[in-house]
Ligand binder design. Structure first.
Ligand code: F0G
Length: 362
């Protein structure tokens, strides 16, 4: 039987040689592309979700971390650093452990989900809670990597983008061609940059030219930011970004211009969704599709639902929404009703009649 070997080995011919000298992998990639009939019914399109929470540390970051960490290991690096809203730190910590490297992570104080914090600590990273937001953390991490012997593994590291582009390859491989539209959340804008690169290469463009075209076209790229943290939508940095979707609580994305290029070259858009819309989409995904995600990951779904309501989703279009991180990262949101009340489980004695009554079977 074939076991998935991680994105570097699966896509070896499409990745640079320097990430292949010493491969650090936890078996990332090969995630499910799940048909979502409930979302198709709500939008009038044909919707699939790419479930990136199924990666080893529970988010898409693992695709880029295998390549960034392998490149660092190949160069003989001993230590890595990243700034993070949580998922990058969890991934960096895990892959540094696999590589036998030391890992330092800078996170905004009090603004990262418990699951992610515990992952970084469990994997032995040195975690510093910074009195500032993600953007402050990234500035500091970049300066640290310039002045000290530590490698930066944020998505400004081009090796991260190389790995993350494999998400686009997998979608095309699964569907047999590119979708009409690809939707995803946008935070620091590394992922939209990576997907656009991957889709272009599979369409025989850029570095893909030497392989010929796998896909007949590139998709329209739809990116969604949280309304309180939507600098690309506003057209200027946001100094105090706020959203319950802490993963994308970012006011000055590092790959801003690349995100705009993906948007404009694909004929796409980058728009904002409110926290309420994000939480609604989160609930639709869990209660109608069967996929549990963290709030930020629901931003793409919130986006297509919003555009559908505005009559802007082309009928029958094939849409893939990348849902970026697992619901168990930040599970508290499921324990609240749409009205914001705590969900209180019904208590019963271990008595079958009482249980049947409670279930309405009596
Ligand atoms: N979704 C999740 C779950 C994320 O963790 C992130 C980014 C994004 C979407 C946005 O992706 O930054 O490439 O545009 N998380 C980073 C982190 C910032 O530190 O974990 P992006």
């Amino acid at each position: 039987a074939h076991q998935w070997r991680g994105v570097i080995r699966e896509y070896a011919d499409r990745l640079p040689a320097h990430v292949q000298q010493r491969v650090i992998t936890l078996g990332e990639g090969g995630t499910p592309l799940v048909a979502a009939p409930a979302l198709s019914a709500l939008t009038g399109a044909e919707v699939f979700v790419k479930v990136e929470g199924m990666n080893p540390t529970g988010s898409f970051k693992d695709r880029g971390m295998t390549t960034a960490m392998s490149a660092a290991a190949g160069r003989g690096a001993k230590a890595v650093v990243c700034a993070s809203t949580g998922n990058t730190s969890a991934s960096a910590a895990a892959y540094a452990t696999a590589a036998g490297m030391v890992c330092a992570v800078l996170v905004p104080d009090g603004k990262i989900a418990m699951g992610k914090l515990s992952q970084a600590i469990a994997h032995g990273a040195t975690l510093l809670q910074v009195d500032g937001n993600f953007d402050d953390c990234l500035v500091a991490a970049r300066k640290l990597a310039e002045a000290y012997p530590v490698e930066l593994v944020n998505s400004v590291n081009p090796d991260r983008i190389e790995g993350q582009k494999t998400g686009a390859f997998e979608i095309v491989d699964a569907l047999g061609d590119a979708p009409d539209i690809h939707a995803l959340p946008v935070g620091n804008a590394g992922n939209i940059t990576a997907y656009w690169k991957g889709f272009r290469e599979y369409a025989g463009l850029d570095a893909g030219a030497e392989h010929g075209a796998v896909a007949t076209h590139t998709p329209i790229m739809w990116g969604f930011q949280a309304a309180g943290a939507a600098p690309i939508v506003a057209g200027h940095p946001i100094t105090e970004p706020e959203t319950i979707a802490t993963a994308i609580r970012i006011g000055n994305p590092a790959s801003w211009t690349q995100a705009e290029a993906a948007r404009d070259l694909s004929g796409g858009l980058i728009e904002a969704v409110t926290d309420d819309e994000i939480l609604h989409a989160h609930r639709v995904l869990s209660s109608q599709v069967g996929v549990f995600v963290e709030p930020a990951s629901a931003a793409g779904v919130a986006g297509i639902l919003k555009l559908a309501e505005q009559g802007r989703v082309p009928a029958g279009a094939r849409i893939v929404v990348t849902v970026t991180g697992h619901g168990l990262k930040d599970p508290q949101w499921a324990l609240r009703t749409a009205d914001g009340d705590d969900v209180v489980p019904v208590r019963v004695r271990p008595d079958v009649v009482e249980i049947a009554d409670a279930l309405g079977l009596g």
